[in-house]
Design a protein around this ligand. Structure first.
Ligand code: PEP
Ligand code: MN
Length: 340
């Protein structure tokens, strides 16, 4: 992007005119200010999409500066009010604090039903569970696929919980959207632009997880891809990033991302301390910290028997630990003035 062209004070009139003509030919207006050491040419108009490459190599140009953010629809500047996403009586991004929980992967009907029946009486309104699992190793359990979706559908009918589940490819969006109330785009797919564009065309909320190696601006630009296609129901999810220390944690939960995202964007922010830490003993403390930092909700991995889980057992809470989590976070949720 280009907003200001800085030119050397030694630039000739011809050099300046060349830059001015270039700006005008691209449909923008100019504002020239001549100082003793530098000449600054301001570009007037919406400069998103205007590449700095247009100017960088022109004679006399010292620097091209961008001021506007390259994401627009996701920005709070563009949309000052919080976006509140309403799904069958649940509000995400409003006063309500939202709890999403369930197993990492759908493993069996019994496992999902047992978990869902437990969670529905425990402040949880949305059931998570992957039917299609993006695993680090292709030899790991990759999910039950379509059968997993059927199990989730059945769990919804039985318990009334809303369903969130991951979609891995543009071709599978339609199938997953038939069951899911919220489609999840996983960390590994945050940069999958075709998938983002595809979910941007459906009329269902999308929870976008931050890639482990993504800057916050990249995260918001990926949300922008979905918004730009017309789907304004985007939920951001901080799930931990890679830092240098993997001795004690799998990822580093970036708590600073929460207030930064809330300031930069109007979209709801959910925090996943399960993947964010990779260890179940860290889930409760980091949940508390996330609430205090302004999260709109949590996404927690829960399994009836974490020691037998086919994926992410190490970071999954058992039922007893989940009860403890609810008990311990409730006063904090009240203190920050949210409904639970
Ligand atoms: C998940 O939540 O199921 C998951 C795979 O997480 P992530 O994409 O954050 O790794
Ligand atoms: Mn998992």
């Amino acid at each position: 992007m280009a907003d200001l062209i800085v030119m050397s004070a030694k630039a000739t009139e011809e050099d300046i005119n060349r830059v001015v003509e270039k700006i005008k030919s691209l449909g923008f207006q100019v504002n020239i200010s001549k100082g003793e050491e530098k000449i600054i040419i301001g570009i007037i108009g919406d400069t998103r999409g205007l590449s700095d490459e247009n100017f960088k190599l022109l004679p006399g140009v010292v620097e091209v500066i961008s001021i506007l953010k390259d994401y627009k629809l996701a920005s709070r500047e563009f949309h000052p009010e919080n976006t509140v996403i309403k799904i069958d009586g649940v509000e995400i991004g409003g006063e309500e604090f939202v709890m999403i929980a369930g197993p990492c992967a759908v493993e069996s009907e019994e496992q999902v039903l047992k978990t869902a029946e437990f969670l529905k009486n425990k402040k949880c309104k949305i059931l998570r569970g992957g039917a299609f699992k993006p695993r680090t190793s292709p030899y790991s359990f990759l999910g039950l696929g379509k059968k997993g979706l059927e199990i989730l559908k059945y769990a919804k009918e039985k318990t009334g919980l809303l369903i969130i589940t991951e979609v891995l490819s543009p071709e599978e969006v339609e199938m997953v959207a038939e069951v899911a109330d919220i489609l999840q785009i996983g960390a590994r797919n945050m940069f999958n632009y075709r998938l983002l564009q595809r979910v941007g065309k459906i009329d269902k909320p999308v929870l976008l997880k931050r890639a482990f190696h993504a800057k916050i601006s990249e995260f918001l630009n990926c949300a922008e891809y979905i918004l730009k296609e017309g789907n304004n129901k985007v939920i951001l999810c901080e799930r931990g990033i890679r830092t240098f220390d993997s001795e004690f944690t799998r990822n580093t939960l970036d708590l600073t991302a929460i207030p930064v995202l809330k300031r930069e964007s109007h979209l709801p922010v959910i925090v996943d301390p399960s993947h964010g830490t990779g260890r179940r003993d860290l889930v409760i403390p980091m949940s508390k910290a996330a609430i205090a930092a302004g999260a709109d909700g949590l996404m927690i991995e829960v399994h009836p028997k974490p020691e037998e889980a086919l994926s992410d057992g190490f970071q999954s809470l058992n039922f007893e630990m989940f009860e403890k989590l609810i008990e311990e976070i409730e006063p904090i949720i009240k203190t920050v003035g949210r409904r639970f």
